[in-house]
Ligand binder design. Sequence first.
Ligand SMILES: [Mg+2]
Length: 113
Amino acid sequence: MNNWNNLIERLLYMTGKHEAAPAWALTMKLSEEVGELSEIMLHELGHLHHKDKEWKDTPIEEVADIMNVVLGLLAVHYPDKTPEELSRELLVAMIKKGNKYGRIIGAAPDILI
Ligand SMILES: [Mg+2]
């Protein structure tokens, strides 16, 4: 198991065991985090001049927030699945959806194997 897979499973385990928010609230939290990513991207692309604030998180950190909330959402929504099962199903779905995305953008068909 590589470090990335190990991290995903540990995050799923952590959120499945400790996240107290229900799945609907995490879905709303996801929207909040996407909004934060949108805001920092607009700022970095030269917009939002009217906002006088300290930009504390980078786009990469906002994406990490999004991914953490998504993993928590999955762990809470599927309490009967183990972190290993969820991680494996997510990997399969990422490859399936990644291949679909690749076809749309014209990537080589075997790029994800
Ligand atoms: Mg955030």
